[in-house]
Each structure stands twice: as C-alpha cells, then as structure tokens.
Design a protein around this ligand. Sequence first.
Ligand code: G3H
Length: 538
Amino acid sequence: MTPQELSAYFPKSLDSAHAAPFFELRTVLVDGELQPWAGPLTEVRSPVCLRGDDGSLTQIVLGGYPTGGEEEADAALTAALGAYADGRGQWPTMTVADRIAGVEEFTRRMCQNRTEVVNYLMWEIGKSLADSEKEFDRTVSYITATIEALKAQDNENSRFVIAEGTIGQIRRTPLGVVLCMGPYNYPLNETFAVLIPALIMGNTVVFKPPRFGVLLFQPLLEAFRAAFPKGVINFVYGKGEIVVPRLLESGKISALALIGSSKVADHLKKVPPKSHRLRSILGLDAKNAAIILEDADLDLAAKECLAGSLSFNGQRCTALKMILVHHWVAEAFLARFNALLANLKLGMPWEKGVQITPLPELAKVAYMTECLEDAKAKGASIVNKDGGVSAGTFFYPAVVFPVKDGMKLYREEQFGPVVPVAPFDDLDTAIDYVITSEHGQQVSIFSSNPERVAMLVDPLVNQVCRVNVNCQCQRGPDVFPFTGRKDSAEGTLSVSDALRSFSVRSMVAIKQTESSKQMLDTIVRDHMSKFINTGFIL
Ligand code: G3H
C-alpha cells in the first residue's frame, strides 16, 4: 500500500449522515454557573482529515475550548474550596444517601446525552463508533456499580463497634478538594472512574479535561450543574503545565487523581509546599509484555496479542507493548499474527467493523516513524506487509522484529500501532525483561503447560500487578483491582478501591458508660447527626 492508497481512506467530503460536530465552547462551569468566556479559544482538531483534490490532508476542525490560565485555575480552586468549606459545606456533610441521589440524577441526565457524547468521543479521538459507545456504556455501568459498592460500604459502617470499653463508629469521610485529570485514550471512562468516586465520597473537584477529548464533556455541563451543589465540580481548561502547577502550589489540593505519565506525576508531586498533604492516585506508563512459550497455542496467542497490541491503535495503557516469543516458534507466531493483522479493517471511526483508525495528531505519526527508523538502523525489520505506511494522521500498524536492547522500542512506551517482537532462548531472559523494566503494570503469558505457567506466575506476580494467562492484558472487569508497580501506578482503582482512595476513615469514640449510651441513643433516635446514625441505605 502506498501513502496515497492509505490517504484514500480519508473522505473528500462528509455526507449528512457523518457530518462532523462543530462547537465553540464559550462557557466554563465554575461555582455552579456556566460562566461566559470571552478569552481566546484553543482549537480542537479531529484525527479525521479531509482529502483535497490535490491530495492534501487537513484535519477537520471541531471547534474550540477556553484557553484558561492561572486566573482561571485560581477561580476553579476558590469555588471548590468554598463548596468544601473546610468540611462544613453542604456536599461533604450531606448524608451518603443524598450524595448517591445527586450522582444518580447526574447519571440520568448523562444518559440523555449519550448520542452527543459518543459522537464527540468518536470525532475527537478517532475511537470507532462501536468502541465509543462501549466506553460510554461501561462508564455508566461503572457509576452504577460504584453506587452499589458505596451503599454496601456505608451499610456496613452503620453500626457501633465496641472494643476495650470504647464505643466507636467508623465511617469513610472526604479528603477535601480533588484535582482530576484523565487521559485522552479513555477521556470519559478513565476520568469518570476517578471523578465519580471522588465526588460521591463528598470531595469537591477541580477537573482538567485531557489534551484530546474536551468537547465531549460539553453536553454534560448542564447535568453537572444541575445535579450537584454549586462549586462541587469546577472545570479548568488550558495548558496543563500552566494551570496544574498553579493549583498544586496553593497547597490546597488534597488529592491528585492523574491518569498520565510518570514524568509529569513526579514533577507534580513535588510542587505542593507540603508534599505529604497530597494524596496521589496515579495511573501511569506501562510497557506490558506478552511472553509466548514454545508450547503455547500459537493461534490463541496470535489472536490475543493482536487484540492486546492493536485495539484502539495500541493506545491503551494496558496494551501489549512488547511481545517476547521463544525463538523456536517466533516465525510461526509472526506468520499467524501478521495474517490476522492483514485482516484488520482500516477506515474512518464511524464505519461498521473498523479496527484501525487515524491517530489524534501528526506528532504521534512522526514518533511511530521515528521508532521504526531507529529499530531499522539497529538491525530490525518491519515484518508485515505495509507496516509503517503513513498518510497524514493515518498510520498502518507495523510489526518489528527482532527488537533488541538499545532500540527505542525495547523500553519506550510507544502507545500506538507499532508491535515490537523480540525472540528469547531461555525463559530467564523473558523474566529478566520484566524484572529490569521501569514499568510494572501487567504481563501476559502463553503456554499450555500448567507446570510452566505456575512456575512463571510465582515470580511475575511480584513484579507486576496482574498476570494474564493465555489472554491479553486489560483493565476489566472493573471490580478487579487495577494498579501497578514502579513507574506504572500509585494507589489502586476498582469499583470499591476507588471509594477508599478518595476518602479517609474517621470515627467517633466514646467511653462505654451508661451516660454515653444514653447520649448515643438520643442522637441516633432523633437523627441529630449525619455521621452518628444507624440508617440503612436500600
Ligand atoms: O488505558 C488504560 C485503560 O484503563 C485500559 O482499559 O484494558 O479495558 O482497555 P482496558
């Protein structure tokens, strides 16, 4: 395939069934109001290009959003602090049942905007329509599961505990103001997987949308405004390197929820005047490896590795970003893998069954090409037909073999449609790759021998946080703990872990005397406290 043939996948014009949305966001949700914005806008461009008669490719402009700065960061923080009011605000002191009602109301309104949100998601990041719909629905399920988990947790805590002559009631309480930043590859799902638990636990939030995937929140602004008390959720737009340090240097952010790079996280954690006051919940880099043993079912390994490495063009933190294959079966594996790859459907994100779509920016294509050039210069080859052909934002997946130490692809997280494959002779080399990695999220192992699987699982569970046997790496099911070691994560996310991450246990303690018991009885009977109560949420 030539670049010209690849560029022919881009439309020359858009028919009405696939018209691109266009919206210039000129309001900012701060302090319960959609405040007008008269300042400059940052242009939003789609990964989808239009093809000119002369063969030129131009990314479609989808609109713009406010280019906020330090002043806007200050305003968002002031509003969030005001709503938290040192823990005395309406939201942090509300009963859990009432906060759940707020989140339910938000979810109801969110669902009314599914079509619009999904459409922006597809156009802004180039995720296929089917996967954009899945992302939306998975997010709604995550919220529903979060509500159920919180009810169970709160019901569990709706009782007194007596120990050594002391009566206690222990509940989870909010931390303060949470700064939420999600990633561009799952701008809705990963953002809400931290934003919703942060909110429902009674925190107030400053939310900075990712670099790509900003307009998709626009249809939800009114839902946020209507469902939560003023100042509980505040948006801040603008360059991350300007607004985020500004927020953190105030020392008033209690938790940082960042799904991004470890380099950025390291920098940000040092910004607050008292770093111990900042709780960090971080989902960071990963370079998950697949280890394919000589006794593996190669058809299965090829199928799983293909989905693992190239779903959403390889732009998943959980993607398989290195395939280590025993040298006896390397050729047979590559033949199967490449045959499957050749059948992947290329196209525009709205096309039915499409699997490979354009990337969000030209710089991404340039980086993929740079990785290929580096590997080729150091002795590897592109071993699949058409691998690495590019046109504008479109990049045809490349399988690179044999990848070796010293090549960029050996250690760098490519986060895109390039599949590095490295042969190994003995298993220790493969295990050593994982041990010496800076990352520690997950690994996939492929073997049909139980004894060898068991022998691999034991060392690897102490290197990563999920060992997938004969299947690709992934986050779901969302009730499972999602975390990592080394540069891959801090804190654990799952439906129930996230509730813990965004809260701290606090308790009342009282001596086990007759007068104390009478006091507790009165408080509970007359519903005097939202904390001291034995109510049950159904
Ligand atoms: O980008 C990281 C996502 O959390 C991965 O989720 O494994 O379900 O695609 P996933």
